[in-house]
Design a protein around this ligand. Structure first.
Ligand SMILES: *Cc1c(COP(=O)(O)O)cnc(C)c1O
Length: 378
């Protein structure tokens, strides 16, 4: 089976985790803070390690005092966690459709939504933040999004789960907004099994996040004291140990993913498959390689995924149409047509295998089997 992804786990990763386990200090030791220092140095901000990116997003909303009744604007096309955290604090996600070329939140539609919300005094007061997603490892249009956010004086939290190391105009994902959240799930660029990091350049926010992830414990007082009701969203020492060795190879992994992606681009040229767009001045890290199937085969995608599986190729959909998942449909009454670009991209997208150790032969096999199956169905 050619898997969707295979994490890059080498001998030094095994050694790193082994040492952490053998040390006997499984939590609250030195590995987590060392991992945080390494990530901080890489992105140039303070960094707070947590148990997942979902935890990172949840704490980001809480530390900015975003509360029940508040509105957060969010991309319609993403993993549900992006919107779920807003629901979980009692807030209301207002979904914004994406750009069908980049799969990222469309700044023009963001502006239209904000205009509408700000034209009414009641809703204007409730709007607190924008939560753009760097879909599949390519940055959203951050210059435009930041300009809009500054004009309306609302915060930006970046869901950079898939985008550690990606940049736009040489500026890294996670460093544009007030807070940036990364994931280290095995399908992301580097992994700690489960895990996440929040980055911010605001020291006060960083300290508040440290308290929130650790039962509310004051990170600055010598004697234990609790300054806020907090969570246990901590990362373990052996996860951080894995993160440390993984950070040592992040540039190697990104380089290899980008090269493999370019090969796919070439192999699919002159075919019915639409390859992912790379924006100007954008460094896409290809957390996933997501192609668009021809329109006519979109309604046979489930069958196509299953047929490819039978031929030894693991594939899946792109990501979720959050407003059309059952919870959000039932709660807010969304229907097909409300987010036309997300409708189209959701129905046509297919994630194909991409991982560092993938061979040219394996890539060729994926391309041939996919194109053959499409031909047979036409
Ligand atoms: C993976 C992912 C998440 C969730 O990350 P976890 O670490 O699994 O909690 C959130 N948002 C996006 C866009 C993701 O891809």
């Amino acid at each position: 089976m050619i898997r969707l992804t295979v994490p890059s786990i080498d001998e030094d990763d095994l050694q790193s985790v082994r040492e952490a386990l053998e040390s006997g200090h499984l939590v609250q030791g030195t590995s987590v803070s060392l991992f945080e220092d390494i990530v901080a140095k890489y992105v140039g901000s303070f960094s707070i390690a947590v148990s997942s990116c979902t935890a990172a997003l949840h704490l980001s909303l809480i530390c900015l005092n975003i509360k029940a009744g508040d509105i957060v604007l969010v991309a319609a096309y993403s993993w549900p966690a992006t919107a779920n955290v807003i629901e979980l604090i009692g807030g209301q996600p207002v979904f914004v459709d994406i750009d069908s070329k980049t799969f990222n939140i469309n700044p023009d539609l963001l502006e239209i939504n904000l205009k509408k919300l700000f034209s009414n005094n009641k809703t204007a007061k409730r709007v607190k933040a924008i939560l753009p997603v760097h879909t599949f490892g390519q940055l959203a249009d951050m210059p435009d999004i930041m300009e809009i956010a500054n004009r309306y004086d609302i915060a930006v939290i970046e869901d950079a789960a898939c985008a550690l190391g990606a940049s736009l105009n040489k500026r890294l994902a996670g460093t544009w907004g007030k807070l940036g959240c990364f994931s280290f799930h095995p399908r992301k660029i580097i992994t700690t099994g489960e895990g996440g990091v929040i980055i911010t350049s605001d020291y006060k926010l960083a300290q508040r996040l440290r308290a929130l992830r650790n039962h509310g414990l004051d990170p600055e007082s010598a004697l234990p004291d609790f300054i806020i009701p907090g969570f246990n969203y901590r990362m373990t020492e052996f996860q951080a140990a894995l993160g440390i060795s993984q950070m040592g190879k992040i540039d190697r992994i990104i380089l290899s993913r980008r090269n493999l992606a370019l090969k796919y681009h070439k192999y699919f040229r002159n075919s019915d498959i639409v390859t992912p767009a790379i924006n100007k001045n954008s460094k896409h890290i290809f957390q996933s390689y997501v192609v668009l199937l021809p329109q006519w085969i979109a309604d046979q995608r489930t069958e196509l995924i299953s047929d490819l599986g039978k031929e030894g190729i693991e594939t899946t959909i792109g990501t979720c149409h959050i407003p059309l998942t059952r919870y959000y449909r039932n709660r807010y009454g969304y229907k097909p047509g409300d987010f036309p670009n997300t409708d189209e991209i959701f129905s046509r997208s297919l994630t194909i295998p991409l991982y560092e150790s993938m061979t040219i032969e394996q890539q060729n096999e994926v391309v041939e089997k996919l194109l053959n199956l499409i031909r047979r169905k036409s």
